[in-house]
Design a protein around this ligand. Sequence first.
Ligand code: GTP
Ligand code: MG
Length: 441
Amino acid sequence: MSDSYLSAQDLSHSHNGYPNASDPSFAPSNVPSVPTIRKKLMGYVGFANLPNQVHRKSVRKGFQFTAMVVGESGLGKSTLVNTLFNTTLYPPKVPLAPSEERPKTVAIESIGADIDENGVRLHLTVVDTPGFGDFVNNDDSWRPIVENIESRFDSYLEQENRVNRSKIVDNRIHACLYFIQPTGHSLKQLDIEVMRRLHTKVNLIPIIAKADTLTDEEVLQFKQRVLSDIAYHNIQIFQAPTYENEDEETIAEAEEIASKIPFAVVGSDQPIQTPDGRIVRGRVYPWGVVEVDNEDHCDFVKLRQMLVRTYMEELREYTNDVLYENWRTEKLLSMGVLQDSSVFKEINPAARLQEERVMHEAKLAKMEAEMKMVFSQKVQEKESKLKQSEEELYARHKDMKDTLEKQRNDLEDKKRRLESGRPLTPEKGSTQRKKGFLRST
Ligand SMILES: Nc1nc2c(ncn2[C@@H]2O[C@H](COP(=O)(O)OP(=O)(O)OP(=O)(O)O)[C@@H](O)[C@H]2O)c(=O)[nH]1
Ligand SMILES: [Mg+2]
């Protein structure tokens, strides 16, 4: 087991109503420096076992993960937040006298902790919301919650639009645990209404609260009821993706987690003693003890495993790629960021393309004409050169022919004279030769 440390970093509770501008989750760049209380985690959380690749990437950057708890009042949301953090980050609740009123959550509070496990840093934040259902009119119960979720999207969008985007703090809600009262009957109208308001903005994870108040069979039956109600009302809950290329162990783990949804949980931050003397987190009843961390007793361990280990990356990815992206598109459209064709005429891609094509064609035609001109010029030059050399050749040929003709005539003349015995035509040179000839004889 590794040493894990947890520091209550932003235990800033907003006191003046629902979404609060002083809440650090709304002004991420502006987190006030609250003294860090270092607490040692009692248990092993498990995110150090994330798949290696994700793990390595995240080791560098550290994780930011934010979960939100939503549901009717008194279902144990605040208790589960404490249970998740493995410690009482909230001021410990003093056991109340039966007549005393239970302290309710009255404003949206976010509670954060830096958890360090095997050198992997996780900044986990849980947003606790006041329970609803206590009022005569609960119609708008969802409003402050939706506003909170959207203002986190707003803050992210604002950071994305900054010049320097290297230090974006992701305070978006990556998972929303929706608490369902363990009635054993079907879902309440109020739950359906709230879930429908939330399902397009967050990864909804339904939770059956206070599962210790139901028997094992009742839990199984109620889970089926809840799932069929959710399907009937077209409510989109987080679907655990199944991996095909994973090892058997991972697939088995993923399947087991998927089979537990909606998670039936029991929350407790009070250590209790079991009949066999162990000190555990749980609840004591006259008929026995319910252990929070015992998988035979409830799904708390599976829920935590899903959040911080198996599906943390998927929850973050789906939030970013689908939920946030849809919200952003809608928001920009509603702000009128539409493509106004009159404004963008000059850079209307179709017109621009056409313009470019015309210009390109003109350029091609010009090049072709130039090339043709050069070609015909060269042909002309060549032709005249050829003509010239032909004339020269012809002249030379004529010369040679004339010379040859003349030589032939001369020779024939000589031949005739020799045959007729006539002396060769007296010539200057030949007279001398004759003289010489005569002299020697
Ligand atoms: N039986 C049982 N009781 C629980 C469980 N979790 C919490 N409780 C008790 O239920 C009461 C209400 O718990 P809270 O955690 O304050 O409930 P909450 O949902 O935060 O309530 P609001 O803040 O009003 O919305 C407390 O007395 C808890 O001790 C559980 O799993 N089983
Ligand atoms: Mg509460």
